[in-house]
Design a protein around this ligand. Structure first.
Ligand code: HAM
Length: 429
């Protein structure tokens, strides 16, 4: 019989590796708490139409990458390829624009699904930490959102990342620019890749970030969106830059930056680690002032957000050889020498666990030496030895693994001694 394996483009995250994921997730939650963003959990699947309308009919995500299926009621459903459309749908459905707390500042962490060709940093089930601030057009909030993404990476220990920034205008200024781009590329479009040829009329801005044709001379001479912003977009963009400078966030203007989703207006940004290979964008985001209205909400609900790819954050940690500070799994291990002490050991273990300690004992019938070896392998700092003599005297032998030092401790004193030893141990680290 064939053995089962994970589906292509997905992975198991096992103990030993999952701790890094938990660390990133905790960091994300802590940052969001400090910045005032609250968690939102939306369904993993939504009506297909939501993504078609939200993300855009002509985008790669919608035309090529969605996991779409018909449910038993004959409705077309899609596993979410990204988080913004679902959050925006939820905002509209729950009339969040009417909530007292404005803008609504939300975050999510969870799996997304895209049928892409897997490679390093590109998965079919990927995980994002994303934030969305909906209801404000203040350029200061653009900077706040970028600041969360930037500090996420800084606080997990990554360095040397670049924040690429652009404005892609609005429905007032973009059509004119779009037309100029079409005219610029039309004479040479035959020399571009098939995707770009299709993009010329549909979405000419996307030609600008084509990886295949990046070296074509027409790319270098293409008009810049930044020279074609309307007055309001221009002013907004200047202010975003001013705020970013005030917040001490380094950025690089990149007029070629266009995002692969249709809902963006004005600010667009990406955070890049160029050393991780072909798939170097760690995070992408931007403003989407028209999305809420497009999904049936009030016109006056402009939004901005980003999503961090967690697989790529892990990849960047590997490339930069960052060791995350990990808390040890266990505080102590109970070693028992015979049947009677095994019973007392189980009782003691329960008491210590209820008191808040992470503790374990042997369930494999190992001899004393084997039990101590197990504790050593798990890097447990303290071991309690318990045998016939100790039971008779109501004591345990308290052993410090690092020094090998042993002392008898009365059971009544155990928690006090343990608390002191652990405190000292943590201070020493
Ligand atoms: P996105 O650029 O499509 O934007 O994805 C954001 C990030 O998710 C990427 O920069 C990358 O790190 C990660 N990512 C995307 N696809 C994959 C994949 N196949 N494998 C691994 N990682 C991947 C969005 O999703 C927008 N919703 C971001 C946003 C939120 N804009 C405004 N609010």
């Amino acid at each position: 019989m064939n053995s089962f394996r994970v589906p292509k483009g997905t992975q198991d995250i096992l103990p030993g590796e999952v701790e890094r994921w938990q660390y990133l997730e905790e960091k994300a939650r802590d940052l969001c708490r400090r910045f005032g963003y609250q968690e939102i959990r939306t369904p993993i699947f939504e009506q297909t139409e939501l993504f078609a309308r939200g993300v855009g009919e002509t985008t790669d995500i919608v035309t090529k990458e969605m996991y779409t299926f018909e449910d038993k009621g004959g409705r077309s459903m899609t596993l979410r390829p990204e988080g913004t459309a679902g959050v925006a749908r939820s905002f509209v459905q729950h009339k969040m624009h009417g909530y007292a707390d404005q803008p609504q500042k939300l975050f999510y962490i969870g799996p997304m699904f895209r049928y892409e060709q897997p490679q390093a940093g590109r998965w079919r089930q990927l995980h994002q930490f994303g934030v969305e601030a909906i209801g404000s057009d203040d350029p200061a909030i653009d900077a706040e959102v970028i600041s969360i993404a930037y500090h996420f990476y800084r606080e997990i220990g990554l360095d040397g990342l670049s924040v690429d920034l652009n404005s892609i205008g609005c429905p007032v200024c973009r059509p004119q620019f779009r037309q100029q781009l079409i005219e610029h590329f039309r004479p040479v479009i035959g020399e571009f890749c098939k995707d770009c040829q299709e993009r010329l009329e549909r979405n000419p801005l996307r030609i600008m970030d084509c990886k295949v044709d990046a070296g074509h001379p027409a790319m270098a001479t293409a008009p810049s969106i930044l020279d074609h912003l309307c007055e309001e977009c221009d002013e907004h963009f200047s202010k975003v830059q001013q705020y970013l400078k005030e917040l001490g966030i380094p950025f690089t203007l990149n007029p070629r930056l266009v995002r692969g989703l249709d809902y963006y207006t004005r600010t667009a940004f990406e955070i890049i680690e160029s050393r991780i290979g072909a798939v170097s964008t760690l995070c992408g985001g931007g403003r989407y002032n028209g999305l809420i209205e497009q999904l049936g909400g009030p016109a006056e609900a402009p939004g901005i957000g980003f999503a961090v790819g967690l697989e790529r954050a892990i990849l960047a940690l590997d490339v930069q050889k960052v060791q995350l500070p990990m808390t040890p799994r266990f505080d102590l291990y109970v070693v028992t020498l015979d049947d009677a002490s095994h019973v007392e050991g189980a009782r003691l273990l329960q008491q210590l666990r209820m008191a808040g300690y992470a503790a374990d004992m042997d369930y494999m019938g190992r001899k004393m030496k084997g039990q101590i070896k197990a504790a050593d392998r798990l890097e447990i700092p303290f071991v309690l030895l318990l045998g016939e003599d100790e039971l008779a005297k109501n004591v345990v032998v308290f052993k410090e693994m690092a020094t090998g030092e042993q002392q008898e401790v009365a059971l009544s004193q155990l928690e006090t001694v343990l608390a002191e030893k652990l405190k000292k141990n943590r201070e020493d680290e």
